[in-house]
Design a binder for this molecule. Structure first.
Ligand code: DAH
Length: 347
């Protein structure tokens, strides 16, 4: 029986050493140490031995069992390490390969122009004000001296949210058609001296085409202080136009009418493309209209409890899209709102 044990031990150790995978190793374990395994079967027969031989055989059998168990554990560890090495080799990462860059976005051309213009005004001591796009008729029209019957108040021109454009209490709700209500909101919440610019979206019932959109952007500007005159307006706007278009940029102030300013004017910039000769960009005019402006109407100031014996002010409103189109040579306004990255990437 001792010989048989020695034989099993030698065979099993060889078999264990020859395994190359966990499953094969387990099969060897079952073959020798399992309930019906060879070693187990042999041990069952020790009862048939003469009693004096039993202890020695029993001891040997235990030695064999633990030798096999140890060998299996060692082989198991060896196989696991080999498997891990293989896996690591297969998953090697070359940290020196350059990474893939995620595409980085940038500002929309309209936002760039707004930022550029507000920066110029901030440099001149103006504050930036923001206000609601959903506005009351009182702020968009009435307090701006725009009475009932003005075409801008019609539902054909302006997007009303509540039905009653003729609401006697004047609290009809609409999408603001201009940034000018920010003049009123500012004067109602602050005392002069006031210097603000208010950029934002405005809405009008215009059919979308190359130069119109039902949503576009304006920048409102306003100064209220003691002794403010039209000369301050001209000086300020000339400086802004020079900052935008260069020292030799020319402006032209033309008389105009707005309900909330008196006197009122429109301001043109000499065409950057032809320098006043007339070309396709300026439609032969030599000049491009960029904003409306004027001295704030006394009725508007008084409506906001500003003493017109002490204070006066000017205001302007400029269209951002037109400036952006001029600046970047964009020939169709729709491009600004389609969000096609092939277009936007160019700026
Ligand atoms: N709100 C006017 C418009 O949308 C533009 C404008 C004109 C604004 C004169 C002003 C101003 O502040 O003084 O057509």
């Amino acid at each position: 029986m001792k010989d048989q044990l020695a034989k099993i031990r030698a065979e099993a150790l060889a078999a264990i050493g020859a395994t190359d995978a966990a499953a094969a190793l387990d099969a060897v374990r079952v073959k020798y140490l399992g309930k019906k395994g060879e070693l187990t079967a042999l041990l069952k027969q020790t009862g048939k031995l003469p009693p004096e031989e039993r202890p020695a055989v029993g001891q040997l059998a235990n030695e064999v069992r633990s030798a096999l168990s140890d060998a299996i554990a060692a082989q198991n560890k060896k196989l696991a390490e080999a498997a891990l090495d293989l896996k690591l080799a297969a998953e090697t990462v070359d940290v020196t390969i350059p990474g893939e860059k995620a595409p980085l976005g940038h500002k929309h051309p309209i936002t760039k122009v707004i930022d550029e213009i507000t920066d110029i005004f901030v440099g001149m001591g103006f504050n930036v004000a923001e206000g609601p796009e959903v506005e009351l008729a009182a702020y968009n029209f009435t307090k701006l001296n725009t009475e009932e019957g003005h075409p801008g108040r019609e539902w054909t021109d302006t997007f009303y949210i509540t039905p009653g454009k003729d609401d006697p209490k004047n609290d009809a709700v609409l999408l603001r058609s201009q940034t000018s209500p920010m003049q009123i909101r500012t004067m109602e919440s602050r005392k002069p001296p006031i210097r603000i610019v208010a950029p934002g979206r405005v809405y009008r019932k215009d059919e979308a085409d190359a130069t119109h959109s039902p949503m576009f952007h304006q920048i409102e500007g306003m100064v209220v202080d003691k002794g403010i005159t039209m000369a301050d307006l001209k000086g300020t706007l000339n400086e802004v136009v020079k900052s935008l278009y260069g020292e030799d940029a020319q402006t032209r102030f033309r008389p105009h009418h707005f309900p909330f300013t008196e006197p009122s004017c429109e301001v043109d910039v000499q065409c950057f493309a032809c320098h006043g000769k007339g070309c396709s960009v300026c439609k032969g005019e030599g000049w491009i209209e960029v904003l409306g402006a004027g001295m704030i109407h006394p009725k508007v100031l008084e409506g906001c409890n500003i003493d017109t014996d002490v204070y006066s002010g000017w205001a302007f409103g400029m269209g951002v899209e037109r400036l952006a189109m001029m600046r970047y040579g964009i020939n169709n306004l729709k491009l600004c709102f389609e969000n096609d990255v092939r277009f936007l990437e160019q700026f």
